[in-house]
Design a protein around this ligand. Structure first.
Ligand code: ADP
Ligand code: ZN
Length: 297
């Protein structure tokens, strides 16, 4: 019997659960559709129970969609709190897993945990200050500040920052239920589909959608660079699967900063500064394994 770790990447459409110790040692993995909390958590627990018949699970790490309560001192630690996702508001996620499996459980946002994966095995190795963003069904951001996962009042909500919105160029009003045209409202995958009437993955690569998308991403990145001074920015999520987008964002971010931030990373190596996750789609679930390892240290 070897000592292994469990990881859960909890998304609004699917949960990815895995057991292992790292990228070269993934012993088992399962995808579970995100239905009701009762059913989804039951299936995740079943998976880990089955796995722990062969191996000893030392801890579980969870990176979850949110908003969440990641503060261990809070009475609602480990809960998904005020999410608009039907049925999932005020769900005691970490507690349910912890009681069922009897091991230490780490709980944080999906993006903080994916950032941790990139820090341990991917594009942020050796960096104490970096941002991990996902541009997908929503937009979220996390990462490390001074070597620690980003927390504060609750946790960052980078997707909901406000950007200049030129209504003449872009009359689309945005889909965020709270803010309309915040960054997520203007630039997450559903905004592209609602604005242009076609799913982002079906838009041709020379479509004007991509320049506009790059503009919103670059505006946000310039704000985040000026606010947090990250040593690198990692851009994940399904929308970044359009290969034209990353170079456009790199160029436009550099243009917007206009030489003001005097770092060679930005002035001379923007392609090494704004990067794709080197763990690709596995950043989230691998981050959850890295996070589990921290729980039992
Ligand atoms: P989630 O955010 O739910 O975890 P993803 O990160 O996979 O999911 O992002 C889903 C979004 O990415 C959808 O809005 C989809 O339209 C968009 N998307 C998927 N594939 C592509 C692609 N090849 N190019 C651009 N956008 C894409
Ligand atoms: Zn918003």
């Amino acid at each position: 019997m070897s000592t292994l770790y469990g990881g859960i990447e909890a998304g609004g459409t699917k949960f990815v659960c895995a057991v292992g110790t790292g990228p070269d040692d993934m012993r088992a993995m399962v995808r579970i559709a995100t239905t009701t909390p009762a059913e989804t958590l039951r299936r995740a627990i079943e998976f880990f129970r089955e796995q722990s018949q062969q191996d000893c699970l030392a801890a579980i790490g969870i990176g979850s969609f949110g908003p969440v309560d990641p503060n261990p001192a809070s009475p609602t630690f480990g809960y998904i709190t005020t999410t608009p996702k039907p049925g999932w508001g005020h769900t005691d996620f970490a507690g349910t897993i912890q009681r069922a499996l009897g091991v230490p459980v780490g709980f944080d946002t999906d993006v903080n945990v994916a950032g941790l994966g990139e820090h341990r095995w991917g594009a942020a190795q050796g960096l104490d200050n970096f941002i991990y963003l996902t541009i997908g069904t929503g937009i979220g951001g996390g990462g490390l500040v001074n070597g620690k996962l980003m927390h504060g009042l609750i946790h960052p909500e980078m997707g909901h920052i406000r950007l200049p919105h030129d209504w003449n160029v872009d009359p689309y009003s945005g889909f965020c239920p709270y803010h309309g045209d915040c960054w997520e409202g203007l630039a997450a995958g559903p905004a592209i589909e609602l604005r242009w009437g076609q799913k982002a993955e079906h838009l041709p690569k020379d479509h004007p959608a991509w320049n506009l998308e790059a503009r919103y991403l670059a505006l946000a990145l310039a704000n985040l660079i000026c606010t947090l001074s990250p040593q690198r920015i990692i851009l994940g999520g399904g929308v970044m699967d359009q290969p034209r987008l990353l170079p456009l964002v790199q160029q436009q971010t550099q243009d917007l900063l206009h030489g003001y931030v005097r770092a060679s990373e930005i002035l001379q190596d923007i392609a090494g500064y704004i990067v794709a996750p080197s763990l690709g789609k596995r950043a989230g679930v691998l981050g959850a394994l890295a996070f589990a390892q921290q729980q039992s240290e």
